[in-house]
Design a protein around this ligand. Structure first.
Ligand code: NAI
Length: 462
């Protein structure tokens, strides 16, 4: 029987990063993965393929909306959908193969198949049983189901099916105005679909800063996306031609239907722990079906750890990666740590939305006195030169100390710009520290500095 210091179950961003870190720390490591390729949901059917489609359709939008203004004349590009999907698949392959290379380089064994834990210290894959001093579960998540809605991944799809539709739908109904619904809704909107988003709440992207939610929804409406808010989807019925979506408006309980060629169900994800045998092992779970862990990511069963989407917290690849590195260090007797207060969130629409830390709403709820420093991209020269001067940077600081508590950006490259603020927050910086830092001109980052200046004496360009 082969034996390892660590067996990681799952090779998504949590699992593969954890395995690499374990190997770097000198631990004999294996990683179990049942898919044909490494990388989990993120690389195969999530973050990476969706970003390939977001990028290519963003380019299409640029060509259609902005090229002529910039003096780039000529015919509008025609979409070859099969080729675009091929491009996406190539991007996925390069990334998944990249992980395979990293595993070889770090001497990590890939145990191919689906894992079960028959007892602490043992992992079974197919007919083979391996010994493991430590087991780290990184089994991820799967789309949550919605009563009355049967997913066939053809006409009624989750994000998985939405990444490989046979053709661009004429009418797409998206259930849920969360991250997945709005990102993939944007892709198809730019490809020419009529897109209607049905959302249960009265706001998009629950949990985000209220001002961002409102501005973001306005921006998407301007791009042609339709919204039916305060509406609970009851059921979908697949007919010969398309799909009928039935929903109920919360305000008056009235019932309505909508016809679609394709329906995307994007109403959240749930932890995936099927087949691991956690029940029999007595591993404690939370009420929401997540694996319960302590500060060191260890479960109540000694030697079994869990990280990523299958435990509590935001279901984000980078949160899983950080936990993977930290758990590896804990297993190696070091002091792995994750600062859950500084985990950025990004929605890769166009413009992008990025956030970190507190929102105005969470600060009000906590009764904390704060100041807002805001700067519109309209005052940023670079954004104007890119025809992308839409949105703003908003920094929230402690009223007394000027310490940065949170930041919210809607605008070009928001997902890159947010990290300057994340680093500042990790260092416990005040907005003045950002404001006093020289920022190259002309860059979008100057908008971050201006928002920091707005927390003090005021920005220059507004
Ligand atoms: P979500 O939790 O972000 O949004 C789901 C939305 O569906 C909510 O607004 C909810 O109110 C609504 N909803 C639920 N039931 C409904 C019903 N019956 N009728 C109408 N609306 C209903 O979930 P989503 O977008 O599926 O994403 C799942 C996870 O994946 C999230 O945790 C997200 O953070 C993560 N993810 C992150 C990405 C990123 O960071 N860029 C990209 C894709 C996914």
């Amino acid at each position: 029987m082969s034996s390892y210091d660590v067996i990681v179950i799952g090779s998504g961003p949590g699992g593969y990063v954890c395995a690499i870190r374990c190997a770097q720390l000198g631990l004999k490591t294996a990683c179990v993965e049942g898919r044909e390729t490494l990388g989990g949901t993120c690389l195969n059917i999530g973050c990476i393929p969706s970003k390939a489609l977001l990028h290519s359709t963003h380019m299409l939008h640029e060509a259609e909306a902005n090229f002529e203004t910039m003096g780039l004349m000529g015919g509008k590009p025609k979409v070859d959908w099969a080729k675009m999907l091929g491009f996406k698949d190539d991007v996925v392959e390069q990334n998944t193969k990249g992980i395979e290379f990293l595993f070889k380089k770090n001497k990590i064994d890939w145990l191919k198949g689906w894992a079960t834990i028959p007892e602490a210290g043992k992992v079974k894959v197919g007919d083979d049983v391996y010994e493991a001093k430590n087991i780290i579960i990184a089994s991820g998540s799967e789309p949550a189901s919605l009563p009355g809605v049967e997913v066939d991944e053809k006409k009624v799809v989750t994000s998985t099916g939405a990444l490989e539709l046979g053709k661009v739908p004429g009418k797409l109904v998206v259930i849920g105005a969360g991250v997945i619904g709005l990102e993939l809704g944007s892709v198809y909107k730019r490809l020419g679909s009529e897109v209607t988003v049905i959302e249960y709440l009265d706001v998009v992207t629950p949990g985000m800063d209220g001002e961002i939610q409102r501005t973001f929804q306005r921006t998407l409406k301007k791009q042609g996306m339709d919204f039916i808010m305060g509406a609970a989807v009851q059921k979908t019925e697949v007919g010969k031609k398309g799909v009928t979506v039935s929903y109920k408006l919360k305000k008056d309980d009235s019932e309505h239907t909508l016809e679609a060629d394709t329906v995307l169900v994007a109403t959240g994800r749930k932890p995936y722990t099927d087949g691991l045998g956690l029940d029999a092992l007595g591993v404690e779970m939370t009420k929401r079906g997540q694996i319960a862990v302590g500060k060191d990511w260890q479960t109540n069963v000694k030697g079994i750890y869990a990280i990523g989407d299958c435990i509590e917290g935001p279901m984000l690849a980078h949160k899983a990666e950080d936990e993977g590195m930290a758990a590896a260090e804990q297993v190696a007797g070091k002091h792995g740590h994750v600062n859950y207060g500084v985990i950025p969130g990004v929605i890769y629409t166009s413009p992008e939305v990025a956030n970190v830390g507190e929102t105005e709403e969470s600060l009000k709820e906590a009764g904390k006195e704060y100041k807002v420093g805001k700067f519109n991209f309209m005052g940023n020269g670079r954004a104007k030169a890119m025809l992308a001067a839409e949105g703003f940077v908003k920094i929230l600081v402690d009223k007394e100390t000027d310490r940065i508590l949170g930041a919210h950006i809607l605008g070009p490259n928001a997902g890159e710009l947010i990290h300057e603020i994340c680093v500042a927050m990790e260092f416990g910086a005040a907005a003045e520290d950002l404001a006093l830092t020289c920022h190259a001109h002309p860059t979008l980052s100057e908008a971050v500095r201006e928002a920091a200046l707005a927390c003090g004496d005021g920005p220059i360009h507004s």
